[in-house]
Design a protein around this ligand. Structure first.
Ligand code: GLC
Ligand code: MG
Length: 716
């Protein structure tokens, strides 16, 4: 699959529009910084010599309203890096808040993708709560470490919306915020590593969660693209955006005090105008240059930006900053690096006076362009100035002081040179994607080592299911167990074919009791368990429950009504409490006294109860939801993992095995079977073995040439 040795990393970022070129950043609320981040991360990781392949899984969108690029199932974005688009719910483009119901199917598709690649990833790294939900499932099922990056958090968002005066019901309806927070809580329980961008994010945001575990968190600031953002080089031509700035200014040669942000009240641009306008020295020595988004007609804009821009215009006029302040109406994303370079060439300064600044990407871009910075003393800027030593932290409410600081920064030539240089070095070391990936892989290696140690050497390191090309599924009682010598032979055979044969059990027992009896018989950990007569599925050593299966079978299931309907049927007696499961009601049957099975089914149907009735060993009666049975569970399992049903050999001995023996699977009925299976004799792909217990299984393996090339057409 890959052209070199090394790590295979699965990145998941479900929402928004992701493609390898011309990102439509800002097109909508879901296509922004995160989209850019994951794409750059995928490329940067794939460029590292320790990485063999990176797949960025996202949602496939087929919608005339968006470009066809977003429908392509596979897009290569760099050597060894791919965007993989998986179907998830409706085909059209949907906002992230409404994707929740479709995330289970996204997880299933992810598994099928892994199977198609033919290699289990070493790591699953999810971005944002929705992908976190998927990542928990995929990483648990594959038994590989799980890394999470929040990008933003529901608790923080909820607080902010409440502060803005939104009512809880509205927040709920519009943002599905509790679902998001619940997913985040689960993520924090599961994650082996949480990557944050700033220390503040760890200390003030993740700490709002009950299961906050600072030990499992690391701060790795995102990288910035140093090919885009760099100081003006020799031969640099005056860029077109310079004309847009020059229109406003009397003297283009003065140093620029530059601000660049969305016209958002929290960005607090007005403070800078106060600082500039209120400081006569500054007005004499510098120009103020403000890029606050783009606009056509302020009066028709939304309330927030309208207010910000109107205030800006009024302040410029009030301080009479005409001729020394530029505030161009338009600029394109391509202009942004040039704007910083113009400011750097003028020996100016970049200012970010936001009220709060958890990260501050613009500060990094400015730094990478050789500009000193002056910024709010808050999480992001504090980290940046600590690493880059290229400026001053300020109190965004003290505008007088801000003015003085700016005079001082622009007035000291030697300091300006020192800061500009230190910033360039710091950004390269700490905020480049190369630096990011180095730290990332160092942290990930620790996680991989830890998980290997935890699992010990005997257990499989990762799930075998995505790579196994055939699967053996055995009923436990009277099939797998019963004869020690035969069982030992079978286990030795499985060990020889380790990695090629996946192994599962399908039993009427509940999971705890299945594990116990297997341990007593020395059976190595199966890859999966179908238990409680097919009403539950669990995977691997951690016994991860398949919640998708539970949701699937929870259909027309009315356990109370079943109890009532059967309560005074003669010859039926409820089994002990621990045998009653959420989706299984079980009775003992006295065949002498009980009515015929047909009669029991009729009784249930008359009460309009649609259930599955399963009779085994002339002694047990199980009532399950219509969609549940060992066979149905096995087919669901096969579909989920993309395993052809005809590559599954199934062995059983009694009534509850019947529906998994039928159909395309390679069925084996052991010699010691109960009479209710007799009628299967002569059926296609049902082999009646002579040998009892595991001898019968071994015989079936031989019969179908299961370890060789399969003899599918073998007739009994
Ligand atoms: C196992 C279960 C029991 C079930 C029987 C038949 O013995 O413990 O509850 O009725 O299998 O499926
Ligand atoms: Mg049995």
């Amino acid at each position: 699959m890959a052209d070199r040795e090394g790590l295979y990393i699965l990145l998941i970022s479900v929402h928004g529009l992701i493609r390898g070129h011309d990102l439509e950043l800002g097109r909508d609320a879901d296509t922004g910084g995160q989209v850019k981040y994951v794409l750059e991360l995928a490329r940067a990781l794939a460029a590292h010599p320790r990485v063999a392949r990176v797949d960025l899984l996202t949602r496939q969108v087929l919608d005339p309203k968006v470009d066809e690029d977003y429908a392509r199932p596979l897009e290569q974005v760099a050597p060894r890096a791919y965007i993989v688009r998986l179907p998830c719910g409706p085909r059209r483009y949907l906002r992230k808040e409404v994707l929740w119901p479709y995330l289970d199917s996204f997880a299933d598709r992810a598994l099928a993708h892994v199977r198609a690649v033919g290699r289990v990833p070493d790591l699953v790294h999810a971005h944002y709560a929705d992908a976190g939900y998927v990542g928990i499932r995929v990483s648990s099922l594959l038994e590989v470490p799980f890394v999470f990056t929040g990008h933003s958090l529901g608790q923080v968002k909820r607080r902010r919306l409440m502060e803005q005066g939104l009512r809880p019901e509205v927040i709920e309806a519009q943002y599905k915020i509790s679902q998001r927070i619940e997913a985040e809580n689960q993520v924090l329980d599961h994650a082996d590593l949480v990557i944050a961008s700033t220390h503040q994010e760890v200390g003030q945001q993740y700490s709002l969660y009950d299961n906050y575990q600072p030990r499992r968190m690391v701060v790795i600031p995102p990288g910035i693209d140093l090919h885009r953002f760099h100081p003006p080089r020799r031969g640099w031509q005056r860029p077109p955006i310079a004309d847009q700035i020059a229109r406003f200014l009397r003297d283009m040669n003065r140093p620029m005090v530059l601000a660049l942000s969305r016209p958002d009240p929290r960005k607090n641009i007005a403070a800078l105008v106060h600082a500039f306008g209120g400081n006569p020295r500054l007005r004499e020595m510098a120009n103020l240059v403000i890029f606050a988004g783009t606009r056509d007609d302020i009066t028709t804009m939304e309330k927030g930006p309208r207010r910000v821009l109107s205030e800006l215009m009024l302040l410029i006029d009030r301080y009479d900053l005409h001729g020394i302040t530029a505030y161009p109406k338009h600029h394109e994303p391509e202009d942004v690096p040039d704007i910083y370079r113009l400011a750097a060439r003028s020996r100016g300064v970049f200012v970010n006076p936001a009220l709060t600044e958890p990260f501050g990407l613009t500060l990094l871009e400015a730094t990478a362009s050789g500009l000193p910075i002056v910024a709010t003393s808050d999480g992001g800027p504090r980290d940046i100035i600590e690493y880059c030593k290229n400026g001053v932290l300020i109190d965004p409410l003290d505008t007088e002081r801000l003015g003085e600081v700016l005079v001082q920064v622009l007035g000291d030539r030697r300091q300006w040179n020192r800061w500009s240089k230190a910033g360039l070095a710091g950004v390269r070391r700490h905020f480049s994607w190369e630096g990011h990936v180095n730290t990332y892989l160092r942290e990930v290696s620790k996680v991989l080592r830890r998980s290997r140690r935890r699992k010990g050497t005997s257990a499989p390191l990762k799930s075998r299911l995505p790579t196994a090309d055939r699967i053996l599924v055995c009923d436990i009682d009277n099939t797998l167990i019963g004869d020690r010598e035969a069982l030992e032979r079978l286990l030795a055979l499985l060990a020889d074919y380790h990695g090629h044969i996946g192994f599962g059990v399908a039993t009427g027992r509940r999971i705890e009791s299945a594990r116990k009896v297997l341990r007593e018989w020395g059976v190595t950990m199966p890859d999966f368990f179908i238990t409680a007569v097919g009403s539950e599925i669990h995977y691997g050593p951690k016994l991860v429950e398949d919640s998708g299966w539970l949701r699937h079978i929870d259909f027309r299931w009315e356990p109370a009504a079943v109890h009532t309907a059967l309560q005074d049927v003669p010859g039926l007696r409820l089994q002990p409490k621990e045998e009653q499961r959420a989706f299984k009601i079980s009775y003992f049957v006295d065949p002498e006294r009980a009515p015929a099975l047909r009669e029991i089914k009729r009784r249930l149907r008359k009460k309009d109860l649609h259930v599955n009735v399963i009779y085994s060993h002339q002694a047990f009666l199980d009532i399950l939801p219509v969609r549940a049975s060992k066979g149905a569970a096995l087919r669901y399992f096969a579909d989920k993992w993309g395993i052809p049903v005809e590559h599954i050999l199934v062995a059983g001995d009694s009534g509850n095995d019947e529906d998994m023996l039928g159909g395309e699977t390679l069925g084996v009925v052991v010699g010691n079977h109960s009479s209710e299976l007799e009628h299967l004799r002569g059926g296609e792909r049902i082999y009646f073995a002579e040998g009892a217990y595991a001898w019968g299984i071994l015989e079936g393996i031989e019969h179908y040439d299961f370890l060789g090339s399969f003899r599918l057409d073998a007739e009994d």
